[in-house]
Design a protein around this ligand. Structure first.
Ligand SMILES: Cc1cc2nc3c(=O)[nH]c(=O)nc-3n(C[C@H](O)[C@H](O)[C@H](O)COP(=O)(O)OP(=O)(O)OC[C@H]3O[C@@H](n4cnc5c(N)ncnc54)[C@H](O)[C@@H]3O)c2cc1C
Length: 392
């Protein structure tokens, strides 16, 4: 007969959060089964920015160097006015930045990030990776959790971690707060090869063009071989799910008056993918008994602080630490984990909305943005974001 503490942790979802949680738990000595609904473990398109806080977390689980291997290290974050071209602010990401936070800033491809976590899981004999397994339901009997899959089949474990993203099935039962909030903002994303970017427009930095109710970001990926483009605008269109095929006419309607540098880059793109951006109000409790949530399932946020994947990684490190401290009382371990995380992730959820307003400002608000940001020294900029980049 199997005793409870021989049973694995069950993880619903094999995205960024599910895989890093599986690896962190396995590294702490626990067996884990990951169930992914898709027919493969993969991530599609587009870039991810990695603040210094994620490297602090990655250091703790030994994956920092692997994450940096294929990443690009931008020299600065720059914001420009999309109508006038004026430089609003430039934050160096050089030695001064490293000195301030003790960790670097990098940008990487989602697929490269996912691959780092996937390889780490594959290298552990404690992780089992299972595809075509869509969690439909679960039952917590106080000692074990049994999950049921769409199309039949069940699995039993000592606990369940819902890493099943913004439209989390596990959250429905643990929190039950309905569908996520549709922000009215849409992101169109594309990745170009370096050779496809006009030489005078290729920049090594993270550049954000802030326009009225729009913004456009670009930066290199994969050691500089690729170029990531993200165009965001306000729209009422709503399609549940992300990574849908996009309609370029809708995009052009929002960017027509903008700077030639913006328009020339937008023109290079043949295929855009679209994300409808959603988030939720922060909550204090996302665990119930032997079931907890992690990543977007727990605290979905708008991407304006570029932190969703970073927060999922921090979550994973804390979850594994709390479970290692309280292995015989998992409900208490899960409560300690959410207690550790809810204020930090809640702050990112709230501040991401504020940053979105700031990026999309018009008229007086845009002028004010210029007057607030342009006189700042790098040190003042670092101080302003220390609550996020300096923590973990
Ligand atoms: C436009 C945009 C830009 C972004 N930029 C950044 C950035 O620069 N930096 C950053 O840190 N973050 C960024 N993010 C956020 C980041 O992408 C997410 O926060 C991160 O992917 C969340 O990971 P997750 O594992 O929680 O969820 P997901 O990545 O959504 O993974 C969920 C997984 O669960 C699976 N699944 C779902 N339901 C089930 C089920 N019932 N059973 C089994 N499997 C299931 C899915 O197939 C998927 O594989 C951005 C997001 C967007 C939209």
């Amino acid at each position: 007969m199997t005793t409870t503490d021989e049973l694995p942790f069950l993880i619903a979802g094999g995205g960024i959060g599910g895989l890093v949680a599986a690896y962190a738990l396995a590294r702490a000595g626990f067996p884990v089964r990951v169930f992914e609904q898709a027919d493969d473990f993969r991530e599609l398109g587009a870039g991810i920015q990695l603040g210094p806080n994620i490297f602090r977390a990655l250091d703790r689980i030994g994956l920092k160097e692997a994450m940096l291997a294929d990443a690009h290290r931008p020299g600065a974050q720059e914001m420009r006015d999309a109508l006038t071209g004026e430089l609003v602010t430039r934050i160096p990401l050089d030695e001064r930045f490293f000195e301030a936070f003790g960790q670097p800033y990098a940008v990487t491809h989602r697929a490269d990030m996912h691959a780092v976590y996937l390889r780490a899981c594959q290298s552990s004999s404690l992780v089992s990776l299972e595809i075509n397994r869509r969690l439909e339901d679960f039952e917590d009997d106080g000692q074990t959790v049994t999950v049921t899959f769409a199309g039949g089949g069940t699995a039993r474990g000592r606990a369940l971690v819902g890493c099943d993203g913004v439209w989390s099935r596990v959250r429905e039962k643990v929190v039950g707060d309905g569908k996520p909030r549709v922000s009215g903002h849409i992101a169109y994303r594309a990745v170009l090869k370096r050779a496809e970017v006009p030489a005078d427009l290729w920049r090594p930095d993270v550049v954000l063009w802030a326009g009225p109710r729009t913004h456009f970001v670009h930066y290199p990926l994969r050691r500089g071989e690729l170029y990531n483009l993200v165009a965001v605008f306000h729209s009422d269109r709503y399609v549940e799910g992300w990574n849908e095929e996009a309609n370029p006419d809708e995009l052009w309607a929002h960017f027509t008056d903008q700077r030639p540098e913006v328009l020339r880059l937008l023109e290079r793109i043949e295929t855009w993918r679209m994300w409808v951006l959603c988030d939720r109000e922060p909550i204090k409790e996302w665990s119930k008994g032997r079931v907890t949530l992690l990543g977007d399932a727990a605290h979905p946020m708008l991407q304006y602080l570029a932190q969703g994947a970073c927060m999922a990684t921090e979550d994973a490190v804390w979850l594994a630490q709390m479970v290692a401290q309280l292995p015989d009382d998992l409900p208490a371990a899960f409560r300690a984990y959410q207690q550790q995380r809810y204020l930090r992730t809640g702050r990112v959820q709230i501040m991401a909305r504020v940053y979105g307003e700031f990026y999309h400002a018009r008229g007086v608000a845009a002028e004010l943005r210029y007057h607030m940001l342009s006189p700042r020294t790098p040190e003042q900029s670092y101080e302003g974001i220390a609550w996020l980049y300096g923590g973990m």
